[in-house]
Design a protein around this ligand. Sequence first.
Ligand code: AHM
Ligand code: MG
Length: 334
Amino acid sequence: MSVVKTLGQFIIEKQKDFPYAKGELSRLLRDIGIASKIVNREVNKAGLVDILGEVGTQNSHGESQKKLDVFANEQFISALTVGGECCIVVSEENDEPIYINSEVSPNAKYIVAIDPLDGSSNIDVNVSVGTIFSIYRRLSTDGPAQLKDALQNGTEQVAAGYVVYGSSTMLVYTTGKGVNGFTLDPSIGEFCLSHPDMSMPKDGYIYSLNEGNYVHFPQGVKKYLKYCQEEDASTNRPYSSRYIGSMVADLHRNLLKGGIFIYPSTASAPNGKLRLVYEGNPMAFIIEQAGGRATNGFKRILDTEVESLHQRSPIFLGSENMVLKVEEFMREYC
Ligand code: AHM
Ligand code: MG
């Protein structure tokens, strides 16, 4: 009989990797897992109930919000508030950081940055969406938490993960000791360890980027794209192009199969589209932990100076040798 290990059991088992941990991080991860199950339930039935469509408000970037974005945001914020381990939530859907009342959580020492529902423009057409999260420890526990606690560089992350609401729902996370993936078994309502110790192939044959923006790409990306499309048997080219338009789903596939995901700068968006704090940094941490490479085309994403909560960064994530290759083109052609 095969033994099923649930996310909860796995988290408790792994707590011994952190000798000084008192279980707060474990509880925080458990709370995120619970909230994601609730979001999963709503995403699954989105086609059935009147929850689709614009909610009529705009997020901090002037993008219209779908009802499920709002729902997911509320679920994660409420789980993190009630859980008592989190002092600040930074969310894509909120301009300002959310400070959790220290009377509710007097000992809370973690900051969570979250994109509650990434790729939400895909919901209407029943295509995979995701949640991305990143966890930091407070710089100091003296006095109330401050903005600077939420503006730490990606290297300071203590954990990061994503949930992909796909044909199966999976939660993948790292605490800096490898990457593990859990598939939701709907019959028992538990995430079960299905992908232990995930590792990304060093080489890949899939490239993922929005080629519709080609004319606006930097010259280095244009040249790399041509390289991907050229025929060369020794390097298995041409590569396959795959782009869902949900970063979580695109990266999840590339993590498993090998590949590269690029969201570069464009003429009108010199830092690209994706946000550093709750999209780039958590994904970079996971990809690096899985043996891949994560840069902005020139330097490591995790070393980028975090100056504001919603700052953007060009993103080149994936199999090590593919990212190294595109970096060569970026250096040569910029
Ligand atoms: P969102 O956080 O507003 O959903 O935007 C992020 C999404 C990513 O999941 C995806 O990779 C990208 O936007 C797609 O953008 P584009 O439509 O420009 O290709
Ligand atoms: Mg997003």
